[in-house]
Design a protein around this ligand. Structure first.
Ligand code: ADP
Ligand code: MG
Length: 263
C-alpha cells in the first residue's frame, strides 16, 4: 500500500493524471487477466495519451469560439440531401481542402445548414490538431478595428493570420466601409495559399462585389478569397429552422465548382 501511495504521488509530480485516474482499474485488470509487464505498461501509457489528446481537443474547441458546437455526427444527411450530397460532405469532412490550403465558399438561403457544416468541418480540423477560429465576419472585423482595445485587436489579428482554418460566417451580410475592406484584404492576402478560409453567406458570390466601396478593392479581395476556392452554391433548399420554405422548381438546387481537383 505504501508503494502504491508513493507511485500515486510520483504520477502527480510528473503530471500524469491519465494514468492516475485509471490506475486502480488497470491494476485490477492486470491481476485478473494476468497481463504481462509490457502489456500493462502499454495500457497505462495509452491512458495518459488518450487523456492528453482529449484535453487538447477541448482546448482547441474552446479557442475556436464555436459557441454552440456542431459536428457531422449531429448532422442529418437526409434532410437536405438534394442540395448537400452526402458524398460531397464526406469529402469535405476529410479536411483535404484544408491540407491543400484552399478556401471553401458555402452560399445559399438561410437555415439550410451552412453554418452547421462550416462548424462541423472546424471540429474535424480541431480533431486533427489544427488551430481553428470561427467568427461572424461582421463582429470579427469590428473587433479587429476596435481602437479602444489595441492590444486585444493585435492579438486577435495574429490569431486570424495563424489559424489553419478561419471561418468567416455570414459573409456579405452588409456593406463594408473602407477600413473594414482594407482589413479584410490584409487577411485574405496574408492567408492566401498558406491557410484555409471558409466563407458562409446567405447571398450568392456574384452579389458580393457590391458590398465593397469600389470595384478595385472588391476585385482584389474576392480574387483572393473566392477564385481558387471550392464553391458550393445552393439556390434552393429547405430551412431546418422552419420546414417547408418555398423554392423555385426550375432552378438547379446546387452548383458545385472546384471539387474533384485532388480534394
Ligand atoms: P444557415 O447557416 O444555413 O443559415 P444553420 O447551419 O445555422 O443554417 O442551421 C440552422 C439550424 O438548423 C442550426 O441549429 C443547425 O444545427 C440546424 N441544422 C441545419 N441543417 C441541419 C441538418 N441537416 N441536420 C441537423 N441539423 C441541422
Ligand atoms: Mg449561418
Amino acid at each position: 500500500m505504501e508503494l502504491r501511495h508513493h507511485l500515486q504521488r510520483n504520477l502527480k509530480r510528473l503530471r500524469m493524471p491519465g494514468i492516475l485516474l485509471n490506475l486502480e482499474m488497470r491494476l485490477q485488470e492486470a491481476q485478473e487477466n494476468e497481463l504481462g509487464y509490457v502489456e500493462f505498461l502499454s495500457l497505462v501509457v495509452q491512458d495518459e495519451i488518450s487523456n492528453r489528446e482529449g484535453n487538447n481537443l477541448k482546448k482547441r474547441l474552446k479557442a475556436a469560439g464555436f459557441g454552440q458546437e456542431k459536428t457531422f455526427e449531429g448532422f442529418d444527411y437526409q434532410f437536405n440531401e438534394e442540395v448537400f450530397a452526402p458524398s460531397v460532405l464526406r469529402d469535405l469532412a476529410t479536411c483535404h481542402f484544408v491540407e491543400q490550403r484552399r478556401n471553401l465558399v458555402i452560399g445559399g438561403p438561410p437555415g439550410i445548414g451552412k453554418t452547421h457544416i462550416a462548424k462541423a468541418i472546424g471540429h474535424e480540423v480541431c480533431r486533427r490538431q489544427g488551430d481553428v477560429l470561427f467568427r461572424s465576419t461582421q463582429s470579427l472585423l469590428q473587433d479587429l478595428l476596435n481602437h479602444s482595445q489595441p492590444i486585444r485587436s493585435a492579438r486577435l489579428l495574429k490569431k486570424c493570420l495563424k489559424a489553419e482554418l478561419l471561418i468567416l460566417d455570414d459573409f456579405a451580410f452588409r456593406k463594408l466601409d473602407q477600413k473594414e475592406s482594407e482589413m479584410l484584404y490584409a487577411l485574405a492576402d496574408e492567408r492566401l495559399g498558406r491557410t484555409s478560409t471558409i466563407l458562409t453567406s446567405n447571398r450568392p458570390p456574384q452579389d458580393w462585389y457590391a458590398i465593397f466601396p469600389d470595384p478595385v478593392i472588391s476585385n482584389s479581395i474576392l480574387d483572393r478569397l473566392v477564385s481558387g476556392a471550392v464553391k458550393i452554391i445552393v439556390t434552393k433548399g429547405k430551412s431546418y429552422r422552419k420546414e417547408g420554405i418555398k423554392v423555385q422548381a426550375d432552378m438547379p438546387s446546387t452548383v458545385i465548382e472546384g471539387l474533384g481537383e485532388g480534394l
